[in-house]
Design a protein around this ligand. Structure first.
Ligand SMILES: Cc1ncc(C[n+]2csc(CCOP(=O)(O)OP(=O)(O)O)c2C)c(N)n1
Ligand SMILES: [Mg+2]
Length: 434
């Protein structure tokens, strides 16, 4: 570990930027950033592979703040690590037309991967991102040239795990053995209006173990070494998604709002902000104080990110020399472009008195497009015999290591993955056609 005092300084910088922004806006959610700052900091400082100067760098790790109400946690990290999000924008938190809306919005704020706020949905999006990574890796990676190789990290809260969508997504994530999906559960045991003992007392660790996830618990959310070790272990677990259950305290550091739902969705209040600053040894003035040492440390992310992207660019050039057609296809996929001739085989259906069911026509069209459009992937909610959404001959997107009994009842054609059969995309865990 590095110098612990710099770590603590950085963590408190995140806490107080969040506290001050919410206080100035007189609205927002200070409590969760206060409790989750250490885990978010260790992740971003020690592990996250990203380039703040280019939020669109394709092979960056994805970071999803599923608990979107805690947006100031994310905005603080983005500002401090050097994304194009100024301190003025932090000061304009929740103001009309600012870059810092109450909940993060993709496409509006540089570095926000996905719009979050409806609980559970960011968790589901994280699973989708990890699936996309596994799918692309299976199709494009070649021995010694893992051109697609990144992690997806999610921070989820109590409310996220209460939502049904998280259960469905968690089940699928393990079925697909998405080992590069790592979720932090901010186990602060407080929600919007009460403590979780009122409504949410299931055994979370056992629940995720039953899904088949790799489960770890960190009993003290301020224990940086334990957080570091847990992330390290999660990254080394390639055959299943990981959840790190971190026991945190909402409003951590606030003398009167620590562990209280009052820290969830309201400013701490001027007096409590002052007391919290006193309590954590932070100067009372100025607001939005960023110690130089902290900023310098956070901004080491910039040269690190530049180097990481340059290294990847070099690998991509080598890849393009060896596999020019695949490289061209990948560029097209990343750019969201359609390959030339993608629609060449679309059939024409003559009008006839009886007519054709629109789902039948749609199935024929999808099957005419699919062989020419490798990025076409779909799901059918186990309905493809009715909806005609199966891509014939394209196989399923599956992990190769399923136990035979797991296969019972699997319906063909759920995930079309074309041409990835022989590709070893990800260490010992190639996703392939089954
Ligand atoms: C689907 C959905 N239902 C309800 C809400 C309203 N809401 C926002 S945060 C929250 C619960 C907050 O508890 P938790 O997720 O544990 O966050 P924390 O209080 O720990 O920050 C609720 C009910 C929502 N955002 N999305
Ligand atoms: Mg909570």
């Amino acid at each position: 570990m590095k110098d612990a005092s710099v770590d603590l300084l950085c963590i408190n910088t995140i806490r107080f930027l969040s506290i001050d922004a919410v206080q100035k806006a007189n609205s927002g959610h200070p409590g969760m950033p206060m409790g989750a700052a250490p885990m978010a900091y260790i992740l971003w400082d020690r592990f996250l592979n990203h380039n703040p100067a280019n939020p669109d760098w394709f092979n960056r790790d994805r970071f999803v703040l599923s608990a979107g109400h805690a947006s100031m946690l994310l905005y603080s990290l983005l500002h401090l690590t050097g994304y194009d999000l100024s301190l003025d924008e932090i000061k304009r938190f929740r103001q009309w037309q600012s870059k810092t809306p109450g909940h993060p919005e993709r496409g509006h704020t540089p570095g926000v991967e996905i719009t979050t706020g409806p609980l559970g949905q960011g968790f589901g999006n994280g699973v989708g991102m990890a699936m996309a990574e596994a799918h692309l890796a299976a199709r494009y990676n070649r021995p010694g040239l893992d051109i697609i190789d990144h992690f997806t990290y999610v921070i989820a809260s109590d409310g996220d795990l209460m939502e049904g969508v998280a259960a469905e997504a968690a089940s699928l994530a393990c079925h697909l053995r998405l080992g590069k999906l790592i979720c932090f559960y901010d186990d602060n045991r407080i929600t919007l209006a009460a403590a979780t003992d009122l409504t949410f007392t299931e055994y979370r660790a056992q629940r995720f173990a039953a899904y088949g996830w790799h489960v770890q618990t960190v009993p003290d959310g301020n224990d940086l070494v334990a957080i570091y070790d847990a992330i390290d272990a999660a990254r080394s677990t390639a055959d299943k998604p990981s959840i790190i259950i971190v026991r945190t305290h909402i409003g951590c550091g606030s003398p009167h709002k620590h562990d209280s739902f009052e820290a969830h969705g309201s400013p701490l209040g001027e007096d409590e902000v002052r007391l919290t600053k006193e309590n954590l040894g932070w100067p009372a003035e100025p607001d939005f104080f960023i110690p130089e040492d902290a900023l310098r440390h956070f901004q080491e992310a910039l040269p690190r990110g530049k180097e990481a992207e340059e290294k990847w660019d070099t690998m991509l050039s080598a890849y393009a020399r060896e596999y020019p057609e695949l490289a061209q296809e990948l560029r097209c996929t990343i750019g969201g472009d359609l390959p030339a001739g993608w629609d060449a085989d679309i059939p024409v259906f003559p009008a006839d008195p009886k007519g054709m069911a629109s789902r039948v026509a749609s199935g024929k069209i999808m099957n005419a497009i699919a062989p020419r459009l490798p990025s076409l992937v779909g799901g059918s909610a186990d309905l493809d015999p009715s909806t005609h959404t199966a891509l014939k001959g394209m196989g399923d997107f599956e992990s190769p290591d399923l136990h035979p009994t797991d296969r019972q009842g699997t319906v063909g054609g759920v995930w079309g993955l074309r041409g990835a059969t022989s590709i070893s995309g990800f260490g010992s865990m190639p996703w392939r056609l089954l």
